[in-house]
Design a protein. Sequence first.
Lengths: 416, 78
Amino acid sequence: MELLTHERAFRSRADKTASGYRIALPSSRWGTQYVGTVTYLSGTPGAGPRTELDTASSEPLHPAAREVLLAALDQGYADPRRLHHPGRSARLLLDNARAVVAETLGVRTDEVSFTGSGTEAVHRGLLGLLRGSRRGRQVAHSPVEHAAVRHAVAWGGEPVEVPCDRAGRVHADDLTRAALAPEVGVVALQTANHEVGTVQPVGEVEPPDGVPLFTDACASMGRLPLPGGWAAAAGSAHKWGGPAGVGVLLVRKGARWRNPFPGDDRVDERVAGFENVPGALAAAAALQAVVAEREDVSARQRLLVDRIRAAVAEIPDTEVVGDPVDRLPHLVTCSFLYVDGEALVHALDRHGFGVASGSACAASTLEPSAVLAAMGVLTHGNVRVSLGRDTTEAEVDRFLAVLPGVVRDLRAEVGL
Amino acid sequence: MVSVDLELDCRAMRCPMPVIELARRLEEVPVGGTIGVVATDVAARVDVPAWCRMREQEYVGEDVAADGVPVFVVRRLR
């Protein structure tokens, strides 16, 4: 059966309906069989060029990963536990992916596991340490952890929140002190914040013996070197230019980690289910490429973010949040007084810019961002701008030319 | 609840409307006067104090209205 991979294929085999295309697959027994409807985004995206400034949500596939992914789809489809040729081929690719990730991150090969997502890596990493801990079931963590961490703690333990400062940074001493309580079994601290970019002092936390540290490195993996001091860590491939559906779980050799979920009899005892060999290999290829070009790309991104921070600060009644220096290279977050975050995202989208927002009105939960709230900074009128590896100075300048007018117009609508 | 010079009923409003209402009506109280923002919107708990910091006004604290809705009290400093 031919795979329907591009629009032309859709057109040739599908009937256009009011809401999209009805997908038809040929069947030898039944003739043409309708199996579903694909709905496309309605409306036109606007005349001018588009610039996507939301790579912190998901980075487009790195060219190095695309090539590898396509090749691995053919060569890595088989069950890597089987002894026949395609099985051995898949196993070879999986081992290769693991070795590349280990080398790129500076860890041991047997410390690397591939999961189905960054969230799954967080769940397994954190809850596995909690299960292995001989102390209590409390988890001392920052108030600015990703929802994946907060949900894992709520599910399998009890939260002990340690406050952060206005920049979103937790003080290492506060976490160290919280970890002394005998009920605390694990400490969790992200490497860098996913919403405001602030880097956390992971390597400076000194929990007592028997209290391991889990670090959620999903926002930073590939972009910053890993910190020290952790027993388990998590990463997410689509955030560094790998494919979606691949997470990386790192468990230090010798760490007391116990599988928190049902086991499986497959290649890697830390995870379960059939291995996504093509995805893992493409994720490894992207990580290797991103780390190889990191020095150049992050230096360029840092300058562009500095430029955005300075220009946005010129707009009246605006707060640029997060640490201005010790931060992720590609990301900046700001809030504009009296502006509706959802309206701001839509207005910028009409001008051809894709950005994210932590404002309540732009969230599925209708709750303001827990990160911004914990920092005590304005939650409405919030946008997060995150640059791609090839975002240009001209694109940033075009964004900065449009933004003040968009903010002014939205404020004028409410008479401010 | 503490008495304020002006009470703004923002019960049905979603963010950023309570803060917009606060900014619009600030000058209805004299410098030194207080405004109570009565808001059900959860973002107001963060955004009213943030507004005070950004606009150099004083955030007095949180109180509760007779119907249990939070009241965020602000003092006009300028």
